[in-house]
Structures are given as structure tokens and as C-alpha cells.
Write a protein that binds this ligand. Structure first.
Ligand code: ZN
Length: 689
């Protein structure tokens, strides 16, 4: 392990040094994975009453070592925490209640980490706890203690597996009632991780480096025999094609068994592909994950699909895995699967799908499982990979402290939570405003546009507010292959599709009927009609692959279904001078949407369109310019005419007004509305009849 310590960056006071240590550790996914691990320092400070007290400053719950700052730590009274040591037994809830009561600054600080008692028992000032791949390669084995003793002698203490929380704290307190072994600089906790300490922050880090480096040396001297001969993997394009076919089916199966809409992150990185495609993978993967915490973040074990599984066989693979899982639950005294029981689905030859309530948590599962793959390889080189027993794994899955957090996280709070949307024409105007609104209401969004820079800037704006929510792809709505590709990109990025918002625009070139150019007709038809047909074809295929998801009689409001939403414009309903090609193309789009509604609504897939008139977009502005020129008047005069005929007496309506209508059509609330139009803006002549 590389020593990254730099004295000049290490911080002046204890807390600054603790932040520095935490960030150093957090930056390395071989040391801790997102949310995992924790650090602390013991110091003297004034409490809120101005009294000098001994304090334990420890990582707060829900923080991440990679990004933690001083405010992410909790200050606790060390004296009061000591009462935990004398307690015979208590629930984790009682333990957390005591720890909350030990907080010195309850108004300011986060709730302390559940592993706080461990930090309070160790007498040294700085303490760091990791879930590192190196020492877990020693302790995720049947003979963990022997490996630790062989590598470290008495220099590192060892503790058999105990569940994190009160059992671990109590076990530690009992084992080391007379103090830790004098020459020990760390403690390996079987199948859980490493804790190191030091009286200075630098000593603590140096112990960490030294312990991990020795484990790495021990591993380096052994032949890797983790994963057997590899099954042939498809090439990159073949994998993406296969993944795009599998993802919606996997997402549908997941939703049917967990009743929430997962987002999937596809991973065919060389590391993951080689592991999941290897012959021995299914058997190794079935042994579990590297630590109890990895059960929370990546699930108890992955579902490994058959090699080159045809999409039609995915359902039976899920059913078999589910039956196994139910047997394990029954054997361990549980009956209902936890809602997020499965987070890793491996497809040998293709890659792996990681599931989460959003792409961010899916990526956390990915990081945690990739670390598990490295620990499996290490443990197999040392002896054999062994994870927690079924009973311990089940206890962890149903651990009330974590369950409550996860249940709260899965609660649908916004109308589009868990939904995946594709916005065609997302770079500007109505498409951009709608994509931003969809994301703000919980959706993951793919923005497709010919103007890639514009689509990227909208995606960046979304991701700045909520990371990993949006991405941009280049797509020409006039090219059917590009529409199919945009759908595929959305599926590969987020795992499926729930909403298609079709809003690309090409401004009409105003031409009288007698002079209408063929290329104008073709341009209007290709962007406003043919592109919609191609996008709908690909999108509906994905939506159908995800469903059916509703238990009989449960109604469409909870169905996977799908939402097809088209931006039609007033021109579809009312003739406009010189805009016959534009209006006819939009009218074709409207009638196509009605046909889509007729065929697809029985599957819970609705198709609706928005009659948007005089929306303030670049396209509308160019139309105004052209109208003004053809009439020989100023643009202001043309706009005044618009205001006069508007029932709202405004020249334009903002694109966000269309986004509001699209939001309702995209939500579950519109489940029984299909083949309909919503008018936004406009004059009396814009009202469809
Ligand atoms: Zn831990």
C-alpha cells in the first residue's frame, strides 16, 4: 500500500488531522467502500457549559470518509460512553439512545456511527477502522486466526466475528478488559475489517500502512487461483446489445419481487467481466460478500444468470434464486424478503447489473461488489473464500437499525422517483425545461439532441443538483437508427425506460401551399413524425419487456407500464398560414399517438400529447421572426398579435408550463388517461374539437 502521507497537508489541530486521515483512507476503495469504515480522535474540549471534558470525536452516521469534513464528526462525552462497557446486554436501539445522550453538541452534530463503542474502548488517541481488501483476504477464510497470526505474530490482535453494534462492542470490552496487547498496533475483526490506532495521527496511519502492506506481501507470494477458466465473453458491442436486451427484463423481475422501481448500473469493466465470466464464479459468488456491511450495500449474494442467457430464461432464473432465498429465510426465522434483497445480477459473458433506488446507490453496490471480488480472489489465494454464516448474514439483513434507514430511503417521496425518462430534443426549449423538471421530481433522465453541447449543459445542470441523474446523447430525430440508439443508451445507463418525452423541433419554413417544397415536407415529417415512430417503437419494446408488473386486480397506478408523451403544438389542430407541412406533420404525430394509445394502454403504457402554443423557445422565436418578415412588420407587432389572440392575453407562455403538464402525464396519477391532449397556452382556436 502506497504511503500518501504529506506533513504539509495533515492539518494543525486534532480534528483537522482526523479529517485529513479520513479523506486519505476514504480515497482508496481497497481500504473502505462508500459509507463504510470510520475514524476517531480523543481530545479534551469545552462543552456547551464551558466545562473542560474528555471527548471522543467520531465519524457521524451517514457520512463518507472520502468527503467527510469537520462537521461530519460527532463529539461525545468519553466518560458517559464508558457506561456502555458495564452494560450486560441491550438492544442496538438502546445503545443508540445512550450514544445520542452522550453527544456534547446534539444541536450541531450528526448521530454517531454505530461502531462508536469500538472507538471508545481503544485507549489510543487516533483510531481508524477499515473494510480493506488486504486483511479481509486473510480473515474471509476458514482459518482466519491462523493467517493473521502467521502474518503478524502478536503485532495484530484478532477478534472472532461478532455482529457490528452492541455485540461487537461488548465482545471487545470483554476480550480486552485488561487492555489491548501491548505490542499490538491493530486488530483484525474476522470477516469484518481492520482497526488500527496510534497516539498521533501519523502513527495511526503508519500502522495502517504497515499492517496492510504486510498482508499484501503475504498475498503477493501466493498464486492467484480465484476464478477458474473464463467462459467466452462477447465483444464490446455484443455485450452492450445483450445488456440492453437483458436490463429491462431484469428490472421488471426486480420490481415484481420488491415493489419499487430499481435503477440499474451496467458494468462490463475488465475486472467485473473476467470475474463473472469465469467458470467458478457462480459457486464462489454464492458464498456471500466480504463484510456484514457489504450485505447492506450489495446484497447477501448475487444472482448469477446462466451463461449467454436468452432473455426468455431470465424469469425462471429469478424464480429459482427467489425460491433459494425463501428457503434461507425460513431456515433463519424470517418470512418476508427485505425490499432490497437483491442488488447484484451477474450475466456471464456480458457483465453485471447493480441495482439501487437510484443510480448513485447502484454505483455504491458496484463499488462494494468489486471490492468483494478482490477479497474473494485474495482469500482464495490464501486458503478459500468464506463469508458469514447464513444465520449471521440473515441477522445482518434484518438488523433493525439498518432496515429503518433503508425503508425510509425507499419510500417514494416525489412523483417520478425511480422512473427513467428519455427526452428527445432535450438541449433547449420545452425539452430542456421538461428534462430538468422530471429530474427535480425524482426521475433519471437521458437527454438526446442533435445539439450535444446543449444537451450536455442541461445534463450538467441536473447533475449539479442531484448527481448521476442525467446524461446526454447525440441524436438526430430525423434518423430512425439514432432514435433506436437513444433508447438503447438510456437503457444501458439506467436499466430501463418508463417515460418517453418526444419534443424535437424543426422550425417551419413558411411556404404557401402552391409553392411547398418537397424537402420542407420531408424535413417536417422526418423530425415531427417519423422520429416519433422510431423512438416509440424502441421505447415501447423496452416498456413491454419490463412488464407486466401488476398483480392481477391491483390496477394500473402501480403498474410498471410506461408513458409516451408527445409535444404536438397548436399546428396539429388549427391551420396556420404557410405552415401546412409543419401542421400536417404534427397532425400525423397526434394521430399516431392515438393509435399508440389504442394498442398499448392495455399494457399500462399510455400515450398522450401536449398542444403547446406560443411557448417561448428558440423555435418559436424563429417562427415569429419569419412571420414578421413575411408580413413586413416588426417582431414586436407579431408578438402583440399573439398576445391579442391568446386567451391568457400573453404573447408567450414559459416552457416550464409545458413541463408541468408533461410531469402529470409522466406520473402514476395519469395512469388511466390515454390518447388525450392537454392544451398549454394559446388562443381559442388552439382548443381541439
Ligand atoms: Zn465496520
Amino acid at each position: 500500500m502506497k504511503d500518501l502521507w504529506r506533513d504539509e497537508d495533515a492539518g494543525a489541530d486534532d480534528v483537522a488531522q482526523l479529517v485529513y486521515l479520513s479523506n486519505l483512507i476514504g480515497a482508496d476503495v481497497d481500504l473502505v467502500q462508500p459509507g463504510g469504515g470510520n475514524t476517531s480522535v480523543k481530545l479534551a474540549e469545552d462543552d456547551v457549559f464551558g466545562e473542560r471534558v474528555e471527548a471522543l470525536v467520531v465519524k457521524g452516521s451517514g457520512t463518507d470518509l472520502r468527503t467527510i469534513a469537520a462537521a461530519g464528526f460527532t463529539h461525545l462525552s468519553a466518560d458517559r460512553l464508558a457506561t456502555l462497557r458495564s452494560s450486560e446486554s441491550m438492544s442496538d436501539e438502546e445503545m443508540m439512545a445512550i450514544m445520542r445522550a452522550c453527544m456534547l453538541f446534539p444541536d450541531r452534530d450528526p448521530v454517531p456511527s454505530v461502531e462508536t463503542p469500538l472507538h471508545s474502548i481503544i485507549p489510543h488517541r487516533f483510531v481508524a477502522h477499515t473494510h480493506d481488501v488486504a486483511t479481509l483476504s486473510l480473515s474471509d477464510t476458514p482459518s482466519a486466526r491462523e493467517h493473521v497470526e502467521r502474518v503478524y505474530g502478536t503485532g495484530v490482535a484478532f477478534l472472532e466475528y461478532l455482529r457490528p453494534g452492541f455485540p461487537l462492542a461488548k465482545g471487545m470490552a470483554e476480550r480486552y478488559a485488561d487492555g489491548l496487547p501491548e505490542d499490538a498496533t491493530g486488530l483484525v475483526m474476522e470477516k469484518h475489517g481492520l482497526t488500527t490506532w496510534g497516539d498521533t495521527v501519523k502513527d495511526c496511519y503508519a500502522s495502517l500502512i504497515s499492517i496492510i502492506s504486510r498482508a499484501e506481501e503475504y498475498l503477493a507470494g501466493r498464486e492467484k487461483r480465484s476464478f477458474g477458466g473464463a467462459a467466452p465473453a462477447l465483444d464490446g458491442a455484443g455485450r452492450r446489445e445483450a445488456a440492453a436486451g437483458l436490463a429491462p427484463i431484469i428490472r421488471g423481475e426486480l420490481k415484481r419481487s420488491v415493489a419499487w422501481r430499481p435503477v440499474l448500473a451496467f458494468d462490463d469493466s475488465p475486472e467485473v467481466l473476467a470475474a463473472v465470466s469465469s467458470e467458478g464464479f457462480a459457486e464462489l459468488a454464492a458464498r456471500g460478500v466480504m463484510t456484514p456491511e457489504h450485505i447492506m450495500r450489495a446484497g447477501r449474494r448475487p444472482l448469477v444468470l446462466p451463461t449467454n442467457v436468452p432473455p426468455t430464461d431470465v424469469a425462471s432464473a429469478f424464480a429459482g434464486f427467489r425460491a433459494d432465498y425463501e428457503r434461507y429465510l425460513a431456515a433463519n426465522g424470517q418470512d418476508e424478503p427485505i425490499p432490497d434483497w437483491l442488488k447484484v445480477i451477474a450475466a456471464p459473458g456480458v457483465g453485471a447489473f447493480f441495482a439501487g433506488k437510484d443510480r448513485r446507490s447502484a454505483l455504491v453496490a458496484a463499488t462494494c461488489y468489486r471490492a468483494t471480488l478482490r477479497a474473494i480472489a485474495g482469500a482464495e489465494a490464501v486458503e478459500a473464500f468464506q463469508s458469514l454464516s447464513d444465520a449471521d448474514a440473515c441477522e445482518m439483513e434484518y438488523w433493525p437499525l439498518e432496515r429503518r434507514k433503508i425503508a425510509a430511503g425507499l419510500k417514494v417521496a416525489k412523483p417520478l422517483d425511480g422512473k427513467i425518462a428519455l427526452v428527445i430534443g432535450g438541449a433547449s426549449g420545452i425539452g430542456r425545461a421538461t428534462a430538468i423538471r422530471f429530474a427535480a421530481e425524482g426521475a433519471h433522465v437521458t437527454l438526446a439532441d442533435l445539439d450535444l453541447a446543449g444537451a450536455r449543459s442541461a445534463a450538467d445542470e441536473i447533475n449539479a443538483a442531484s448527481p448521476e441523474r442525467a446524461h446526454a446523447v447525440m441524436a438526430d430525430a430525423g434518423d430512425p437508427a439514432a432514435m433506436e440508439n437513444a433508447v438503447r443508451e438510456a437503457v444501458l445507463r439506467f436499466g430501463g425506460l418508463d417515460v418517453l418525452f418526444y419534443s424535437p423541433g424543426v422550425a417551419p419554413r413558411l411556404q404557401p401551399v402552391a409553392e411547398m417544397a418537397d424537402e420542407e415536407v420531408r424535413a417536417q415529417l422526418s423530425v415531427h413524425y417519423e422520429g416519433a415512430v422510431a423512438a416509440t417503437r424502441a421505447a415501447s419494446r423496452v416498456m413491454l419487456a419490463q412488464g407486466p408488473s401488476t398483480p392481477a386486480g391491483a390496477g394500473l397506478r402501480t403498474s410498471f407500464g410506461g408513458r409516451l408523451i408527445y409535444n404536438a403544438s397548436k399546428a396539429a389542430f388549427a391551420p396556420g398560414e404557410g405552415a401546412a407541412a409543419y401542421g400536417a406533420a404534427k397532425a400525423a404525430l397526434v394521430h399516431y399517438a392515438r393509435n399508440a394509445a389504442n394498442e398499448l394502454s392495455r399494457h399500462g403504457i399510455t400515450a398522450n400529447y401536449i398542444n403547446a402554443d406560443a411557448v417561448d423557445t428558440p423555435l418559436f422565436r424563429s417562427l415569429v421572426k419569419e412571420r414578421a418578415e413575411s408580413r413586413g412588420e416588426t417582431e414586436e407587432a407579431t408578438l402583440a398579435r399573439y398576445a391579442e389572440r391568446s386567451i391568457f392575453r400573453t404573447a408567450t407562455v414559459p416552457p416550464e408550463a409545458v413541463a408541468d403538464a408533461a410531469l402529470w402525464l409522466a406520473s402514476d396519477a395519469s395512469a388511466y388517461t390515454s390518447g388525450c391532449v392537454i392544451t398549454v397556452g394559446g388562443g381559442a382556436e388552439a382548443m381541439p374539437r
